[in-house]
Design a protein around this ligand. Structure first.
Ligand code: PAF
Length: 280
């Protein structure tokens, strides 16, 4: 695996390769890799001739007071995992390489970018859209792979790709869970034993809602109440949002249809976790 830290070098390698290496898949990450990231790499490997990944903890998507400084950084171990999964090229720039002095341009996706996590974390999706647009320009992939766990991020990036005519396909990949149902996340590393137990309520609330949908209940207000009843009884958990929305626009829907997004965000202790499912 070739590790590249400079934008100019990565861009030059990728430009040359674009004509030679067939389909290129790209998996952007912030590192602290887990089985969820590995599933993105494996999907990319089955669909593309070469796979590039990036590791960059993007300061622009963290608000002051959020966990940028504490965000887990496990670069050596990440490199081992990526190498073992057959990633050909890793882009791992420093922050000043991505945002040199004088860089002022950002990308905002209004509307969608202000909903769900965008409402709770103002400016977050501007940071995400800006860094991902830059990464797309640098890596020039044909397909880019993102986890469905970050459903709002996926919607924002799909809109950006469409609006700005990026010549690539955004591929959403299924959430990977621990055996007890907890969605894998780099932020799970922050949880102590008790919080890890308490965090399970997010998945439990979603499972209960999914069962009600399977049983024929389609009214969002009723389903939200079912979920809230479970979440509100949980100790150590502070709900940020429980929402039933259109998966593309992230706008609330009155009735659930196939593909409707049911999403939850909550603080467990000081850790903000998210989870969701798409209605069957
Ligand atoms: O999902 C993430 O890890 C990040 O938001 C991303 C897409 C790598 C952008 O920094």
């Amino acid at each position: 695996m070739q590790i590249v830290k400079s934008v100019a070098e990565m861009q030059s390698i990728c430009r040359k390769l674009r004509t030679q290496d067939g389909m290129r898949g790209f998996v952007p990450t912030m590192g602290a890799l887990h089985k969820g990231h590995i599933s993105l790499i494996q999907r990319a490997r089955t669909e593309c001739q070469t796979v590039a990944a990036s590791i960059f903890v993007n300061p622009l998507q963290f608000a002051p007071g959020e966990d940028f400084a504490q965000y887990p950084r496990t670069f050596e171990e990440d490199c081992r995992l990526l190498e073992a999964e057959g990633v050909a090229l890793l882009f791992a720039p420093e922050a000043r390489e991505m945002y040199p002095d004088g860089a002022v341009t950002t990308i905002t996706v209004p509307g969608i970018g202000d909903r769900l996590d965008g409402a709770s974390r103002p400016g977050h999706f501007t940071g995400v859209a800006t860094v991902v647009a830059k990464l797309f320009h640098i890596v020039a992939p044909h397909r880019a792979y993102f986890g469905q766990k970050d459903a709002a991020q996926l919607a924002v990036l799909r809109q950006m790709v469409q609006d700005l005519n990026f010549d690539l396909e955004v591929v959403g990949c299924a959430i990977v869970r621990d055996t007890d149902g907890l969605a894998l996340s780099s932020r799970n590393k922050y949880l102590n034993g008790l919080e890890r137990e308490q965090a399970l309520v997010l998945h439990q609330a979603l499972v209960r809602i999914a069962k009600s949908i399977a049983g024929g209940e389609r009214e969002s207000s009723t389903l939200l109440q079912i979920g809230r009843n479970i979440l509100d009884k949980a100790t150590g958990v502070q709900v940020d949002y429980l929402a039933i929305v259109n998966a593309e626009s992230l706008l609330p829907v009155v009735y659930v249809e196939k593909g409707t997004l049911v999403a939850v965000a909550a603080y467990v202790g000081r850790t903000r976790l998210i989870d969701n499912f798409l209605a069957a």
